[in-house]
Ligand binder design. Structure first.
Ligand code: ZN
Length: 113
């Protein structure tokens, strides 16, 4: 499962940041997941529930923030939300291949003590 290894990496990173902050426990972690990243939030939650017990993030709250896919239209000089993977600008119908967001998977914030 793809999400399990992603969650493992996120937990390692979170534990490393907690150590750097001189903390031993993680209370809350927030992940930003792009709509086009191909990551299924429910699978991330499942992986978190399976992997976090026994580690510094045991019992922590997992927040998953979904980042919409945004594209930039050169003709309109405007950003628009790309629903699904359709690159068509809703205003002028031009196709935009400039993806501005939607592919991220990152650790956005962390609460430790
Ligand atoms: Zn346009």
């Amino acid at each position: 499962m793809h999400e399990a290894s992603l969650m493992e990496t996120a937990l390692e990173l979170a534990a490393e940041r907690a150590r750097e902050a001189g903390a031993s426990r993680i209370h809350r972690l927030c992940l930003r997941v792009g709509e086009l990243s191909g990551v299924v939030p429910a699978a991330l939650e499942f992986a978190f529930a399976a992997l976090s017990p026994g580690g510094p993030a045991a019992g922590a709250v997992l927040e998953i923030e979904s980042v919409p896919a945004m594209r930039w239209c050169d003709s309109c000089q405007a950003e628009f939300e790309a629903l699904e993977a359709l690159p068509e600008c809703p205003r002028c119908g031009e196709w935009s291949h400039r993806l501005r967001s939607g592919l991220e998977l990152e650790l956005a914030s962390l609460e430790v003590s």
